[in-house]
Write a protein that binds this ligand. Structure first.
Ligand code: ZN
Length: 102
């Protein structure tokens, strides 16, 4: 993913409207590109800051953003494991079927 694409994704990411694969690519780009990270921080502030101000809540942009980025990575990992798990179960069923057929 390049900067142009990443910056198009910022808004969608903050609204949780990216699919997992795109979100993961986005996070990967963001963590290695300070320019887009800055853009994301600003967008987050604009989006969250306004509603927080209305509710007079504290806002810790840095850690909240980190949290969001980490969550995407975790979700991707779980998804991968899930897929690997399904593959394992699938192979086991095939094995059982083959063994049972002998
Ligand atoms: Zn970038």
């Amino acid at each position: 993913m390049d900067c142009k694409e990443a910056q198009r994704c910022i808004h969608l990411f903050l609204k949780d409207e990216l699919d997992l694969d795109t979100a993961y690519q986005f996070v990967e780009h963001i963590s290695s590109c300070s320019e887009c990270m800055e853009e994301l921080t600003v967008e987050y502030l604009l989006l969250e800051g306004i509603s927080r101000l209305e509710n007079a809540e504290d806002i810790d942009v840095q850690s909240e953003l980190e949290d969001r980025l980490n969550r995407t990575i975790t979700r991707k990992k779980i998804y991968k494991q899930l897929k690997a798990g399904l593959f394992l179960v699938g192979s086991m069923i095939v094995c059982m079927f083959l063994l049972g057929g002998v």
